[in-house]
Design a protein around this ligand. Structure first.
Ligand code: AMP
Ligand code: FE
Ligand code: FE
Ligand code: ZN
Length: 309
């Protein structure tokens, strides 16, 4: 079993890289990718810990980009670029590489977004919520994300958002922080094409993260079969090798359909749990939300082969 989508406290996970590696060892992973948002700073600690357990570590990150080929169209609104999450594997770790420079730009855009978001929330009555407060909650200032902000909203302003439960957590994203929420602010204007250009010749392999949640409003099999082949074909043409078909928050039949469509598109079905520790306590490393995720070991070999092509 492998897990190619995980977060540590270098972004919006709660475990340190060493704790994550220990957990990976306990659940029996042979390969793991640590995919913190917009950074590979967690890699060094993770590499040492994984080596001590004999677990293969794939360098990775998860980045938010704009896909302008599939804009969001809503009645009465101008179409806008779609924000999508993308996994990058085997990216170069050299800070001077164009890909790492690209991550630096993404972190700058994230910091700007965080400041605007905090100001906006203060205007909506979340007066205790400040950047200073958020900075005390993270290991790494670059790592502040919406889950930290959601947690602060519950800690500081239960009179507005109520007690934290699974339902109220979801509601904070629907009502405030998610793409349709009243405090939604896009992070970046950098596109899929920009990322592929920055990665050129570096062996980086891109896979679109949780594609059903990025691209579709409904995830019935009818909708998936109608829409996904076109989306996968377009991503492949633009330089993507993978699709996160084995996603730990979808059911086994949906994953099976996605694996088939991904193979039909000539792409690699990647997969992972999207483990965030206590930020998503219902999601388990390796086996995901449903408890029956099991990403086959050979997927890691296919990614390795794609990286050296
Ligand atoms: P950010 O990196 O600040 O854009 O935040 C993205 C993270 O917020 C994701 O990785 C999820 O952990 C979380 N998130 C985004 N949308 C939702 C949602 N609708 N429900 C729960 N968590 C979400
Ligand atoms: Fe996250
Ligand atoms: Fe994501
Ligand atoms: Zn993720």
């Amino acid at each position: 079993m492998i897990d190619l989508h995980t977060h540590s406290l270098f972004s919006d996970g709660s475990a340190s890289p060493a704790e994550l590696a220990a957990l990976a060892h306990r659940v029996g992973l042979s390969t793991i990718a640590l995919t913190d948002h917009d950074t590979t700073d967690s890699h060094e600690e993770m590499a040492a810990a994984c080596a001590s357990y004999g677990i293969d570590l794939i360098p990775g990150t998860e980045i938010s980009l704009v896909d302008s080929e599939f804009p969001i169209e809503r009645p009465g609104q101008a179409p806008r670029g779609r924000g999508v999450h993308v996994l990058a594997y085997f990216l170069p770790l050299d800070p001077a590489s164009p890909m790492q420079q690209f991550l630096t730009s993404l972190r700058r855009d994230r910091a700007t977004r965080n400041e605007s978001l905090v100001t906006m929330l203060q205007g909506f009555g979340f007066e205790q919520l400040t950047m200073e407060y958020l900075l005390t909650k993270v290991a790494h200032p670059d790592g502040i994300g919406r889950p930290h902000i959601a947690e602060a909203m519950f800690t500081l302003h239960p009179e507005i958002v109520g007690e934290r439960t699974e339902d109220s957590w979801r509601a904070v994203f629907t009502d405030w922080l998610g793409t349709d929420g009243k405090a939604y602010i896009p992070k970046t204007e950098l596109t899929i094409e920009d990322a592929v250009a920055a990665a050129k010749g570096s062996g980086t392999v891109f896979s679109v993260a949780h594609p059903l949640f990025n691209y579709l409003n409904s995830i019935t099999h009818e909708t998936i079969e109608r829409e996904m082949p076109r989306i996968m074909g377009s991503l492949r043409e633009r330089g993507f090798a993978g699709v996160e078909a084995y996603y730990g928050s979808t059911t086994a039949p949906t994953r099976a359909l996605m694996v088939k469509l991904t193979r039909d598109a000539g792409m690699i079905p990647t997969g992972g749990s999207d483990y965030h520790g206590s930020f998503k306590p219902e999601v388990a490393l390796g086996v995901g939300l449903t408890g029956d995720l099991n990403v086959p070991d050979h997927i890691a070999d296919e990614l390795r082969a794609a990286s050296s092509r």
